[in-house]
Design a protein around this ligand. Structure first.
Ligand code: MN
Ligand code: MN
Length: 466
């Protein structure tokens, strides 16, 4: 009988490109690390739901790891590890390596720590027919109907009349009250259900229930006055103090393992903390690098990267300039030779909605971190579109370090699109490409990612910094 197990003929070489599943490509030792990394990430997600809370977390961890707070004009030394506080809403970490930065440039990973949410207006409080509400203006691109009838928590700061800043974080602990946006019962929802999804809940209907108990007194607005009494007792604030507040409602859910095999994570704000977290962990783990490496965790990406904490702000350029002048190097040469990974999420192929994806060029869950050469929409508009040379350089780094990764673009041509901070960094004459974790149900109150892709993203950033 013919021995079918032995092939004496030389196998023809296979030149095709096939995506690899991360789980089928790595050893058991790595699989253990995937789970422990995922657990620390889940803890971080539950502790940090806003850019301010993420900043505090990263600052605390950076100090523990021996990073020094840097201010403009401070000394910068080779081998030093520093962080810069961007107004309590963003953080820049950097390690100064031995290599000459005029030749070697700076290796940058840039991610954002703001997420879509429901912001409270400046004159928000009103009472109507047995309930007290807060008026809101949503932040970032959301499907409004997804934010009704779920538990919400309240986060942010209020600057009181006397200048004192009060921090609010209410609704995360099990014994704390949560907040709520009403939806219509199906029994009376016949007309609503005929509406376009856009119109099912309007912006001005995103009102948050904050009370229903009247104060025992005469006059009007007794429920509102009760809420104000509680706010004054708890936070020392009056109604006028909302004028100088930054308060947001976010989903009060805890991040959890998803699936029988627990291989996925459901949580609020994966976009983009699922890239910010591995970006941070990789820079603190790679401070022995010969390269000068930098991690930007920025604010305001979801509303266009504007303002003093967004990626378009001069502060990020200023920090690069400070490093160059401290080392007596030409900043233009340094920028020209620098490279940046714009670390942001992309859409994962969703078998429930195959029509909007072109499968060959879509990110498949658990096939590793995903590189998007370009983003944008309608003929690549608004995208910085990384060069083949840049992609080639990153490919080689990943291949040399056994990083499991895939390439994709966001959805079918002309069906939509998205942008990241990539173009703002590329505009500084720094080669930049988008790399990040594929996400299901992006911008919803509870997004889904694969633990394999999270860990692969961490490995990718470590390889880039190494
Ligand atoms: Mn994002
Ligand atoms: Mn986003």
């Amino acid at each position: 009988m013919e021995n079918l197990g032995v092939n004496n003929k030389k196998e023809p070489k296979d030149y095709s490109y096939v995506k690899k599943n991360f789980y089928e490509s790595v050893d058991d030792k790595t699989l253990k690390k995937v789970d422990s990394f995922a657990q620390s990430y889940i803890n971080f997600l539950n502790e940090c739901k806003t850019e301010r809370e993420s900043f505090e977390f990263f600052k605390g961890q950076a100090l523990e790891k021996g990073f020094k707070e840097f201010n403009f004009g401070d000394k910068i030394e080779k081998g030093g590890n520093y962080f810069y506080n961007v107004r309590g809403k963003g953080i820049v970490l950097f390690h100064v390596g031995d290599n000459d930065i005029e030749k070697d440039g700076i290796r940058i990973v840039a991610s954002h720590i703001d997420s879509p949410r429901i912001d409270i207006k400046q004159v928000p409080l009103y009472e109507s027919d047995g309930l007290c509400f807060l008026k809101t203006h949503y932040y970032g691109g959301i499907k409004k109907y997804q934010w009704t009838a779920i538990p919400l928590s309240l986060h942010g700061v209020v600057v009181l009349k006397n200048g004192k800043k009060v921090e609010i974080n209410l609704g995360e602990k099990d014994d704390e009250p949560v907040f709520y946006i009403n939806d219509l019962l199906p029994h009376l929802g016949q007309n609503q259900m005929e509406q376009k999804a856009k119109a099912v809940i309007s912006g001005e209907q995103l009102n948050i229930v904050v009370g229903a108990k009247p104060l025992k007194t005469d006059g009007n607005d007794k429920i509102k006055r009760m809420v104000l009494k509680i706010l004054n007792e708890k936070y020392g604030m009056t109604e006028e103090d909302f004028l100088s507040s930054e308060l947001s409602c976010v989903p009060a859910f805890k991040a959890r393992n998803v699936g029988f095999d627990g291989s996925l994570i459901g949580g609020y704000g994966h976009d983009d903390r699922v890239c910010a977290y591995p970006a941070f962990q990789s820079i603190v783990d790679m401070t022995n690098s010969k390269h000068t490496i930098m991690c930007l965790l920025v604010d305001k990406e979801e509303i266009g990267s504007e303002g003093v904490t967004g990626m378009k702000c001069k502060v990020y350029e200023d920090i690069i300039e400070e490093i160059c002048s401290a080392l007596n190097k030409n900043v233009r040469k340094v920028r020209a030779n620098s490279m940046c990974i714009s670390a942001d999420v992309t859409a994962a192929f969703d078998a429930n909605f195959p029509d909007v994806f072109e499968k060959t060029n879509s990110a498949i869950l658990s096939c590793g971190t995903c590189m998007s050469k370009f983003t944008g929409a309608r003929g690549k508009s608004d995208s910085s579109d990384a060069s083949a040379e840049m992609v080639g350089t990153i490919r080689k780094i990943f291949a040399d370090n056994n990083v499991v990764w895939q390439a994709a673009e966001l959805g079918k041509v002309d069906l939509g699109g998205g942008g990241t901070v990539a173009k703002y960094i590329a505009n500084l004459n720094i080669d930049t490409v988008d790399i990040g974790v594929p996400v299901i149900s992006m911008h919803s109150p509870y997004e889904l990612i694969s633990k394999a892709d999270l860990y692969s993203t961490y490995q990718a950033f470590c390889a880039f910094y190494k």
